[in-house]
Structures are given as C-alpha cells and as structure tokens.
Design a protein around this ligand. Structure first.
Ligand SMILES: C[S@@+](CC[C@H](N)C(=O)[O-])C[C@H]1O[C@@H](n2cnc3c(N)ncnc32)[C@H](O)[C@@H]1O
Length: 280
C-alpha cells in the first residue's frame, strides 16, 4: 500500500500533518537513544562500511530477499517507475551494491551506471547481472565524488544507501552536479511505520529477527549494524529539506508498505547552484 505523505513547497517548507510529524520525531529519538555503542563517522565510517559490504557481498541478495519476504523487488521497481524519464535516459545508481536497481533500470529501457565503494558488491552484482542489454556499467567510486562530468546524467537513483554514506549532504550535492537541469532523483530508504502496532512489530523484526537471521546466514556484526544504522537517517522532513538545499525542487516523500520503507523523489533545480544552497 502506498500513501502520498508530504511535499516541500517552492520555498523549501514542508506541508505535513502535525500529528504524524510529532510521532516520527519521537520514534527517531527513541531509536537514537537505544544505540548503546558509538556509531562511526567520516572517514572511519567509510572504511568500516566498505569493508563490511565487501564481507557480506556474496550472500547480500539472498539475505535481502529472505528478510523482506521478496518485497524488495517491488520497492526497487517503484524507484525506477518514479523516475519518469524518456527511454534510453542515462541513470547513475549511487550505492548500487549488487545492482538490483541497475538491472531494474535496464529492464525499463534506461542506460544504467552503478557506483559503489565496495568492489565486492559490484563484482558479485556483475556476476549475476541478467539484463536484456547485457551488463550495466559500474564505477568503483565514492558517491560524494563521482568520476562523471557535470550535467552528464538524466537521473540518479539510490536504494538503502543513504544511511551508509559518510557525507549525506555532500553526496546529494554531488548528485545535483552530475544531473542535467530538470533531471530526476529517486531515493529509497527504510522507514518507521506510524501505526503503533505495525511500529512495534517492525521494531521487533528489525532489531531482533534481522540480526539473528544475519548471524545465521551471513555476518553477525554486519546485521547488528543494520538496525543501528537507522540512527544516521535524518527524520523525513529534515531529509526533504537537505534534498531541497542540495539543489533540488518538487521534493516529495511517499511511504510504502505501511511505512516500512520511504521513497523520496525530486527534480534537479536548474535555477539554483547546489554549491551555494542559499542562492536564489
Ligand atoms: C545497503 S547496501 C544497498 C545496495 C543496493 N542499493 C540495494 O538496493 O541492494 C548500501 C550500499 O552502499 C554502498 N556505499 C556506502 N557508502 C558509500 C559511498 N560513500 N559511496 C558509494 N557507495 C557507498 C555500500 O558499499 C553498499 O553497497
């Protein structure tokens, strides 16, 4: 089930129901408080995240399918559908991992480039890539410093990578740099359901079942980190503002599957310089 949630007006202000916003805010504070040990940041985070994904790359897709009951495929399809670009458009997927979004992009007739810091993730994705046009292109690169020319792509996508980036705003500014004016960006991330019962079930599943499954089938510490990494995500309205300030307009947020995941979509604003968020 998908519900239109909120959008930013041209001045970068959100329009949203106050009750929902308050409940999100409280949820986020609880999440941050329950993280007992320190989460890494900056260069340390980058190194840890890269090594972790290299380690879990071989079984990453299998675990994803099991843990989401196969729903992840539909979520990624939603990202690609939300792009609404012309066939043949060039799209870079940042934090592309094993390439599920890239494969979906190619299936939709786009030309996909996957960019990721983890060589292991890129490698395992390429091994399994089955798209009508063959393999999509890959770049081993930090999403905050892409080896792509300014205005060289029509779209940017990302799935479940925002909370892993060590410089979120820098990454969004970089996305705006490589996007052509009026290009589209679509970002998928985990979220917390606003319904109290769903939220409780989701919390138990995400903090207890997911790490247990990860320990059983892959890497214990990586799948313990997964629920903790949610603390890196700004709350939805704040994240929409960051997207806007990074050089985008028409910022929208949609909640999917009862709020388990969220999709942000926006357009590259040709009137503003992403290096200077205060410019008119
Ligand atoms: C949870 S995985 C998501 C992979 C894929 N998008 C998907 O939907 O399955 C996050 C990915 O982000 C990548 N990543 C983390 N920090 C990055 C950075 N600074 N630049 C590029 N990729 C990064 C990781 O290596 C990992 O492959």
């Amino acid at each position: 089930m998908t519900t239109f949630d909120d959008h930013l007006d041209p001045g970068g202000r959100t329009t949203r129901e106050p009750s929902t916003a308050a409940s999100d805010h409280q949820t986020r504070h609880r999440e941050v408080k329950t993280s007992s040990s320190r989460l890494p940041s900056g260069e340390e985070k980058r190194r840890i995240v890269q090594a972790m994904f290299d380690r879990i790359a071989a079984r990453y897709q299998l675990l994803n399918t099991i843990m989401t009951f196969g729903l992840d495929r539909g979520w990624r399809r939603r990202v690609v559908e939300a792009l609404e670009l012309e066939p043949g458009a060039r799209v870079v997927d940042i934090g592309s991992g094993t390439g599920d979004i890239c494969n979906e992009l190619e299936r939709h007739g786009y030309r996909a480039i996957g960019a990721d810091i983890s060589w292991g993730m890129l490698f395992h994705g390429q091994q399994r890539s089955r798209t009508p046009s063959g393999r999509y292109s890959v770049l081993q690169a930090d999403a905050s410093a892409l080896p792509l020319a300014a205005s060289s792509v029509d779209g940017v996508t990302s799935a479940f990578a925002l909370r892993n980036f060590s410089d979120l705003q820098g990454t969004l500014v970089e996305a705006a740099r490589v996007l052509r004016p009026q290009g589209r960006i679509c970002l998928l991330e985990v979220s917390t359901p606003s319904n109290a019962i769903l939220r409780l079930c989701h919390r138990i599943y995400f903090t207890k079942v997911v790490p247990a499954l990860g320990a059983l089938l892959s890497d214990r510490s990586a799948y313990q980190y997964l629920p903790r990494s949610v603390a890196y995500l700004p709350e939805p309205r704040e994240l929409m503002k960051i997207i806007f300030d990074s050089g985008f307009d028409l910022v929208e947020r949609h909640v999917i599957t009862g709020g388990v995941v969220q999709l942000f979509a926006a357009r590259r604003n040709s009137a503003r310089d992403p290096q200077d968020p205060n410019a008119a």
